[in-house]
Write a protein that binds this ligand. Structure first.
Ligand code: HEM
Length: 184
């Protein structure tokens, strides 16, 4: 089941879709859960710094957020309730994924919901998910250098690859066609 879940190859939308990552091993799962536990204690602060860096470095990502589309000052962004709320939601969704790494169906259903909502309701270009995960890894490595060693960062990169794979799978499922190679 698990193998199929992460699917070596699946037929979707008439096109073959290859997995970007192997399932995490037990050791890798433990590494993710231990390091995430430390990060999640500062859930709100970490989430807000990740999103601020995301919007400062990739200003076009702001277009989707009515409240701070035109904001440029990071200090002002920090006060936006819409930004803080999204930070909390992103962190909580990742927390659910991390807590359920042994339950592939739960992981894929959580991420399918996220993908579908962002495709259908928010109309977010899927490439922003890839960019956001890069920014998140960068912030985590800077803020927790003692935990995010190179080895740990590699495992996190793998997890983020899996997140992106599930999210873009949902985009494909709802008929968002640009997804395949342009986003990866
Ligand atoms: C791992 C990455 C992400 C997660 C887990 C996540 C999660 C969520 C959740 C749970 C919601 C609220 C429920 C909903 O309306 O669907 C939400 C809303 C939203 N997300 Fe994300 N999101 C992520 C990435 C992004 C990215 C990359 C963008 C755009 C650049 C984005 C834009 C939005 C917008 C515009 C809303 C609605 C905001 C509002 O109504 O205030 N999200 N997100």
């Amino acid at each position: 089941e698990r193998g199929r879940e992460r699917g070596e190859r699946e037929r979707e939308g008439g096109r073959e879709r290859e997995t970007l990552s192997e399932p995490l091993s037990d050791v890798e799962t433990e590494i993710i859960q231990d390091t995430w536990g430390l990060v999640y204690k500062n859930c709100e602060d970490v989430g807000v710094s990740v999103l601020i860096r995301f919007f400062v470095n990739f200003p076009s990502a702001k277009q989707y957020f009515s409240q701070f589309q035109d904001m440029e000052d990071p200090e002002e962004m920090e006060k936006s309730t819409q930004l803080r709320q999204h930070a909390r939601r992103v962190m909580n969704a990742i927390n659910t994924v991390v807590a359920n790494l042994h339950d592939a169906e739960k992981v894929s259903s959580v991420l399918a919901l996220v993908g579908k909502a962002h495709a259908l309701k928010h109309k977010v270009e899927p490439v922003y998910f890839k960019i956001l995960s890069g920014v998140m890894l960068e912030v985590l490595a800077e803020d927790y250098p003692e935990y995010f060693t190179e080895e740990v960062q590699l495992v996190w990169t793998k997890l983020m690859g899996a997140v992106f794979w599930h999210v873009t799978g949902a985009y494909t499922e709802v008929g968002w066609l640009q997804v395949s190679s342009s986003a990866v």
